[in-house]
Design a binder for this molecule. Structure first.
Ligand code: ZN
Length: 297
């Protein structure tokens, strides 16, 4: 993180120590739902924000319950940074209701959903099948570095609305994050040979196709967020038999159905971390390298 901050300072000629005027300004408390959103908050907000992340990196944000500690953080927050598009539908609305913090109401500057400034990838599942957790589009945008860049710039604009005196610093930090991320992508992409055929447990990996030479050819789940039945798995195995490919899933998802498909097809299986270990840019850069280290042949 220090190296990244130093690069920001060099690139934009800004001092790392806050100026006297900024040091006197109160820091904003940003509550980020996921570690990836914490990366955005910490990277863009810099010294002007304190960041609290609600979801641990090894937990599925689809399946949490609102906890008293979350409500306590939200009660004090100046801004909540959520992914949106129903990712946190099972717990965030309830936690926000309980926190009763007027600054965080939808429509207020203190409520920011990353999905809103983005055109999300549409779900590839037929909504008629049920399992509507991706009904507003695929919310797993943190698997696409280009989408994270879009979110960083949009969040810089939002922070600037709350702390206009720091607007240039927020913009510079978002631009430095973009440069640092974009400079890493060509070498990562170049580590793949032929395009990789992937079968994923859940639909989040669809975002890999935006920046890596991968093709998603099937899903272990039949409906997003619903455990697959044996008939679906048998169909998937028959469709893929005799072809090369790789099975991927998140390290918090149940492995048994994906393992069965991998064993039947003789394909490698990779259970990947999908969130950075800590809420800082270096940790996100390490995460995208972890993905490529795992998948590149
Ligand atoms: Zn999902």
């Amino acid at each position: 993180m220090k190296a990244f901050l130093a690069a920001v300072a060099v690139a934009f000629g800004i001092a790392l120590a806050p100026s006297a005027a900024l040091a006197e300004a109160p820091r904003l408390l940003v509550v980020a739902t996921t570690p990836s959103m914490g990366v955005i908050a910490r990277t863009v907000g810099g010294d002007r924000v304190d960041v609290q992340v609600l979801v641990a990196p090894d937990r599925d944000a689809h399946t949490l319950n609102a906890r008293p500690s979350m409500i306590a953080h939200l009660r004090r927050a100046d801004l909540v940074l959520a992914v949106g598009a129903q990712l946190e539908e099972g717990w965030l609305p309830a936690a926000l209701d309980a926190a009763a913090n007027p600054r965080l109401r939808k429509g207020q500057p203190g409520y920011f959903a990353a999905a809103e400034p983005l055109h999300l990838r549409p779900t590839r599942f037929d909504p008629a099948l049920g399992g509507h957790v991706h009904g507003e589009g695929n919310p797993h945008l943190n698997l696409s570095p280009p989408r994270m860049i879009t979110v960083a710039h949009a969040f810089a604009d939002r922070l600037a609305a709350l702390a206009p005196e720091s607007a240039p610093a927020f913009e510079a930090a978002a631009a430095a994050f973009e440069d640092a991320l974009r400079s890493r992508l060509p070498a990562l992409r170049a580590r793949f040979g032929a395009p990789l055929r992937l079968v994923a447990h859940h639909e989040e990996f669809d975002y890999f196709a935006e920046w890596l030479p991968v093709e998603l050819v099937g899903f272990v789940e039949e409906k997003p967020g619903v455990p697959p039945g044996p008939a679906h798995l048998a169909r998937l195995i028959e469709q893929q038999r005799g072809q090369a490919g790789t099975i991927v899933l998140a390290n918090y998802q149940p492995q048994a159905p994906a393992r069965r498909v991998a064993d039947e097809l003789g394909w490698p299986l990779h259970a990947l971390a999908l969130e950075p270990a800590t809420a800082d840019a270096e940790s996100y850069f390490a995460l995208i390298e972890h993905w490529v280290d795992s998948l590149a042949q």
